[in-house]
Design a binder for this molecule. Structure first.
Ligand code: PBG
Length: 324
């Protein structure tokens, strides 16, 4: 059928008509809010390159999380800023580490909120890499044991889901068997399955103080031109026991989200990362873009590509606009 019988504009004539034929919906249940936790009291320190995002001490984290839940956002993902760093990232798996304390406090004070923890070493190591380092190499297999300990310690503190983001081979299997061994067979794993070595993580590394002190993450995170490899990573993680798989970053990798969605039947998450957020914030500050509109358009496009869940620093702002 073609013009003049066919006129797509017929269905675009009014807001309600457009709403009726809308194919993709963004809802508040799709959102996960990332939060940065630090030691101290009464800390609420804004991150320069991520306006509206803060390093929070546990008391401030509880206030913020209550607000997040009141807006209808179901989940947060926590990143920790330790007091001291060392070669093996010991605060990552210490029972009294910042994340372990934060999770315990959150599950006590805001029990309904779903608490996800990022499982990685880079925030806790003095070299800033996501694994154990020997010379200039990041070792895979010796890292697995530490990641498994970290995940178990998060589960013991009460984490509802654990989310490994290190990109070591075999970490999902190592974490799954450690959790099962310790009686956490019902704790789901949200795996950062296709995580690219992206320059869009820049502002996060300021927020979490996790810049690698030498080299880069290209020997473990994925090479941006590859998509078949992403499908292989996702297949392996599902095989090893991942319950939800993530693609990260989101907007520059919408094709990857689409391919993963088409090829697998587990829930797919996408991380709208710090640099993607910072770009929109900067342009909005210059009044070059209408922030609310680009935010909703961006998040909706990530849903349209196939993501069920979106991790975004815009979670609260989007939730306010999504409220009836
Ligand atoms: C830790 C981790 C990173 C992000 C999430 N978990 C940084 C990195 O891999 O360097 C990035 C999140 C963001 O940029 O918003 N490995």
């Amino acid at each position: 059928m073609s013009f003049p019988q066919s006129r797509p504009r017929r269905l675009r004539q009014s807001p309600l008509l457009r709403k009726m034929v809308q194919e993709t919906a963004l809802s508040v249940e799709n959102l996960i809010c990332p939060l940065f936790v630090t030691h101290g009291k009464g800390v609420r320190k804004e991150i320069a390159s991520m306006p509206g995002t803060y390093q929070l001490s546990i008391d401030s984290l509880i206030k913020e999380s209550q607000e997040i839940l009141n807006l209808g956002i179901p989940a947060v993902i926590l990143f920790g800023i330790p007091r001291k760093k060392d070669g093996r990232g010991s605060e990552a798996y210490s029972p009294t580490g910042i994340i372990q304390q934060a999770v315990t406090a959150l599950k006590d004070r805001v029990p309904d909120l779903v608490v996800i923890t990022d499982v990685c070493l880079c925030e806790y190591t003095n070299h800033g890499h996501c694994g154990v380092v020997k010379g200039n190499r990041v070792l895979n297999d010796p890292t697995l044991e530490l990641l498994a300990r970290e995940a178990v310690s998060h589960a013991k503190a009460g984490a509802d889901l654990v989310a490994p983001s290190d990109m070591m081979d075999g970490r999902v299997q190592a974490i799954r068997s450690a959790l099962d061994r310790e009686g956490f067979e019902m704790t789901p794993i949200l795996s950062y399955a296709a995580k690219y070595a992206s320059a869009f993580y820049g502002p996060f590394r300021e927020a979490a103080d996790s810049m690698p002190q030498f080299g880069d993450r290209k020997s473990y995170q994925m090479d941006p031109p590859n998509v078949r490899e992403a499908l292989r990573e996702v297949a392996m993680d599902i095989d090893e026991g991942a319950d939800i798989v993530m693609v990260k970053p989101a907007l520059p990798y919408l094709d990857v989200i689409y391919r993963v969605r088409s090829a697998f039947n587990v829930p797919v998450a996408a991380y709208h990362v710090s640099g993607e957020y910072a770009m929109l914030k900067a342009a909005a500050r210059l009044k070059w873009l209408d922030e609310n509109r680009v935010m909703m358009e961006t998040l909706t496009s990530i849903r349209r590509a196939g993501a069920d869940l979106i991790l975004t620093y815009y979670a609260k702002d989007a939730a306010r606009l999504l409220r009836p």
